[in-house]
Write a protein that binds this ligand. Sequence first.
Ligand SMILES: [Fe+2]
Length: 299
Amino acid sequence: MNNDVPENAPSITLDKLPIEKDLSDFIYESIDASSFINVNAWSEFFDSIPVDPYIKDGYRYKAIAWFRIKHNKATAIKEIDERILAINKLSKMNEDESNQYTSNGKPTWKSEETGYECWNLPQYAMQQSILYNPVHGDMRREYPRISENIINSEDFHQLLIHYASFFGWSDAIVLVQFQRVDCFANRIGQPTVEGFHQDGNRHVGMLIVNRNNIANDSGVSQYVMDNNGKKTDDLIFNSVIPSGTLIYWNDKRVWHYGTDIKVADVNANGGRGTRDIIIMSAKTPPANMPMGPVKLQPE
Ligand SMILES: [Fe+2]
C-alpha cells in the first residue's frame, strides 16, 4: 500500500513490451491514490452529473467515457479495431473520422515514461450482455460524458496509466464511469442495484473520491470468492474504503457488492448523503465489450 509504483507489478517502460500481470494469484489490492493524484479536484464535477434515468428511484448519477490504451511496443489487437469500426458505423460516423479512432489514427496523448498511448474514443453507449447484468443486460444506456477538463488533465492520465501499468496489458478498451449515489433520511441509496455480482471483466479499478455525510457503517465494500461461476458465502473483504483509495480486484475470482448508503447527520448537508466513485474496467477481446453506438443525431 501507499506506493506510487504498484507492488508486484511489472515495471513498464517505453522500449519494452509490457509483461502482463499474472492474474492467477491476484485477488485484490488497495493503493493510496492521494499519493499521486489530487482526488479532491474532481469532487465538484460529481455535483454536475445529471441523474441516471435508468434507475427509477433516482439515487444514482453517472457520467462515462471510453478510451483505448495500447503500449507503443504492442501489436494492435485486431478485434479491438474491428469493434471500434463496427460501433462507429452503427453510429453513422463517416469512414475517415472512424479510422482516426483505431490504432491507425494518432493517439490523443502518450505517456513518455511508460510507452502507453491513449485514444479518447467517442461517447459510446453502454450495452451490456444480459449474461453479466440481469437488471440492465442488453439494454442500451446513454450517459453524459465526463468533463473534458478532467479527461484532459494530467491527473486523469496518471490514473489511466496507473491502471494500465498495474496490470501491464498490451492493448485494451477502458470504460471509465464517474458515479454518485445519494441518500436522504427517508431514502437509502444503493451502490449495487443487482446485489453481489461480476461484470464480465478481467479486472476492475475503483477509486473512492468522496464519502459525504454518510454513516460509517454504510456504503461498505464487500467481496466473496467465485467458485466456478457461482458466488460463495464467506466475505473475504468487508470494509469501508476511504476517500482517496484506489482498489483493484480480479473480477473473475471475486464477486463484489457495496452495501446501501445511509445519511449520517440528517441536519447536515440538507439531509443528504453522497458517495462518489470512479470505476475503471479494461476490456480485451474475447471479454465482454459493452459498447453501444453513440447517441444518434436527429436527421
Ligand atoms: Fe459491478
